[in-house]
Design a protein around this ligand. Structure first.
Ligand code: AMP
Length: 568
């Protein structure tokens, strides 16, 4: 059985897709959230989750928390004389979730899709996979947290292309991600954030307001009392979700305090914090090379987005209605469970393909001609390591010898410039008409997807003869028909964006209007046309879409102006 897991910094949880919907799996205590905390008690017993958290209040030196931040590093945690890596600690949490899921589902759980922050690098992702293995889980996929949230919100569900911003304000961190769903592929375009901004700052603000109101600002307060005050402020802050006033109730210095703060007062004081949310949002849009107008949706996740003032601030500065219908504690796990259903191709749900990077280079063997003689055995990369996948790339090679009768295309994986040092995955042979060397051109196309399916197509341009094969690199092979169906979904990757109808149309219209236009108008069209042309040459879908939209907006505007000269 396959489950989705949100392996969080503070809390973790699991979800499953069954009976046509995603469902949160309660833990052994009947709760949704399992704290990501591990302790080793005096009897060398390992405690996980809520028990570890409780134990940790009294024995912080035997307790590890927030180890997710150290994933992929050499950091060691020493608990009661035992040493643990961050992977091992995460592994304990994952094992606990796996066991709870097995009890709840009455079935063995062997596989998982686990979420990670979008900014996790390769090492951190590998460490997360390792943690899964340590827990006895095969990690069939790693999913970015914002991508999972977007899926939970149904981005891509209707098959329409959408661009969205995922705004994640947690307890101590703020992450903004710009994503695009384009022709069933979900891609992260930009990530920005602030590691020192979160719900805790909003609690702190209320603490400061309380201290000022009660004239306790200058009084020395011991740590224990301060903790109580913090807790009281935290509770009060949450009241704003369904009330216009928040009351901080606390006994301090043998006196009972009960201070009310209105939403208005709080909002006024919170301006500085709210302003801090703006920068990462702007940066993410800038990095994705789009503007607010290009965004279709904005999705709020993370506990602190329950604060009404955060919601209204986002609305105010973006002009978009932020979405928050899914419980922010569970959206990542729900999205991961939906991805499980997609991976298993459950028919209730259409697949959203995630992107990943290709961890190695895929290429073929070629002969090198140095002018006087030819040297065989060289490696020609076709899909370079770290390319975002799914991807389709084509290389053209030529016959290397006079009177060559056929061309053998070896499919290789590896990084060596010598073909023999790389791993051979397969081979295809095509016949070519005999002639002088270099006369016949052969197009080799590799299409590679996140499920480790590699499609190889070889085409002799002069005769049109074509051969094709699909190499399955994953452990669990799928049927040939299924592999073909998956590849068909990626067929558009092979298409030149210039040939896509909407792009061709925009280009033709712009050229027509350019010819008709004069002076400044001509210049304006030329400028936008050049940008569009540039995007079509080597930019992403997102950039092409944005450039096309800008060009069309200009053309619309000009047409409207012309019409207004001759009112109806
Ligand atoms: P997370 O890291 O996503 O679990 O978010 C934790 C943060 O969400 C903490 O700072 C909480 O104070 C905050 N939070 C949770 N519930 C609410 C609420 N109802 N109103 C305001 N903040 C909340």
């Amino acid at each position: 059985m396959l489950i989705g897991i949100d392996l969080g910094t503070t809390n973790s949880l699991a979800a499953v897709f069954r009976n046509g919907k995603a469902e949160i799996i309660p833990n052994r205590l009947g709760k949704q959230l399992t704290p990501s905390v591990v302790s080793v008690d005096e009897n060398d017993r390992i405690l996980i989750g809520e028990t570890a958290r409780e134990y940790g209040y009294l024995h912080p030196e035997r307790t590890a928390r927030v180890f997710k931040r150290a994933m992929g590093t050499e950091k060691e945690y020493v608990l009661g004389g035992m040493k643990f890596s961050p992977e091992e600690l995460s592994g304990f949490v994952l094992r606990s979730l796996k066991e709870d899921a097995e009890v709840y589902l009455k079935e063995e759980v062997t596989q998982a899709i686990i979420s990670v922050p979008a900014y996790f690098n390769d090492m951190q992702r590998k460490a997360t996979k390792k943690a899964g293995e340590l827990a006895g889980l095969e990690v069939v996929r790693i999913i970015n947290e914002p991508t999972a949230s977007a899926i939970a919100y149904g981005v891509g569900e209707k098959g329409v292309n959408e661009r969205c911003m995922v705004f994640d304000l947690g307890g101590g961190t703020f992450d903004v991600t710009v994503l695009e769903y384009y022709k069933n592929i979900m891609e992260v375009y930009a990530i920005a954030g602030d590691n020192f901004l979160g719900g805790e700052d909003f609690t702190n603000l209320l603490v400061q307001m309380f201290l000022r109101r009660t004239f306790l600002t200058n009084r020395v307060i011991d740590n224990v009392s301060l903790n109580y005050l913090y807790k009281a402020a935290e509770e009060a802050k949450c009241q704003f979700s369904n009330s216009d006033v928040a009351v901080v109730r606390i006994n301090l210095f043998n006196q009972h305090y009960e201070e009310s703060f209105t939403r208005e007062e709080y909002e006024k004081e919170a301006q500085e914090l709210l302003e801090k949310l703006r920068k990462p949002m702007e940066k993410s849009l800038r990095d994705a090379k789009i503007t607010l107008e290009d965004l279709d949706r904005i999705i709020l996740v993370g506990g602190a987005t329950r604060l009404p003032l955060v919601r209204s601030y986002v609305k105010k500065i973006t002009g978009l209605s932020p979405e928050y219908s899914v419980d922010p504690d569970t959206s990542v796990a729900i999205g991961a469970a939906l991805q499980c259903a997609m991976k298993e191709r459950q028919k209730e749900i259409e697949e959203v393909i995630l992107t990943d990077v290709c961890p190695f280079t895929l290429g073929t063997e070629v002969v090198r001609d140095n002018g006087s003689f030819t040297e065989p055995g060289y490696y020609l990369p076709i899909i370079e390591r770290n390319t975002v996948i799914p991807v389709s790339k084509t290389q053209t090679v030529y016959t290397a010898y006079d009177d060559q009768k056929y061309v053998r295309v070896k499919v290789l994986q590896g990084e060596s410039h010598l073909a023999k040092n790389n791993l051979q995955l397969g081979e295809l042979t095509v016949d070519v008409p005999v002639g002088p060397k270099g006369k016949e051109a052969i197009e080799i196309t590799y299409t590679y997807d996140v499920n480790a399916l590699l499609q190889v197509e070889v085409k002799v341009l002069s005769t049109g003869e074509q051969k094709e094969m699909i190499i399955q690199k994953q452990e669990k092979k799928i049927s040939e028909e299924e592999a073909k169906a998956r590849m068909e979904k990626l067929a558009y990757l092979k298409q030149n964006p210039r040939e896509e109808e909407e792009n061709t149309l925009a280009f033709l219209r712009a050229n027509r209007m350019y010819e008709e236009a004069m002076g400044e108008d001509k210049q304006k069209i030329e400028e936008k046309l050049n940008e569009f042309d540039d995007a079509l040459n080597h930019k992403t879908h997102l950039e092409i879409d944005v450039a096309r939209k800008r060009l069309l907006d200009l053309l619309d505007e000009m047409e409207e102006e012309n019409y207004s000269i001759f009112p109806a």
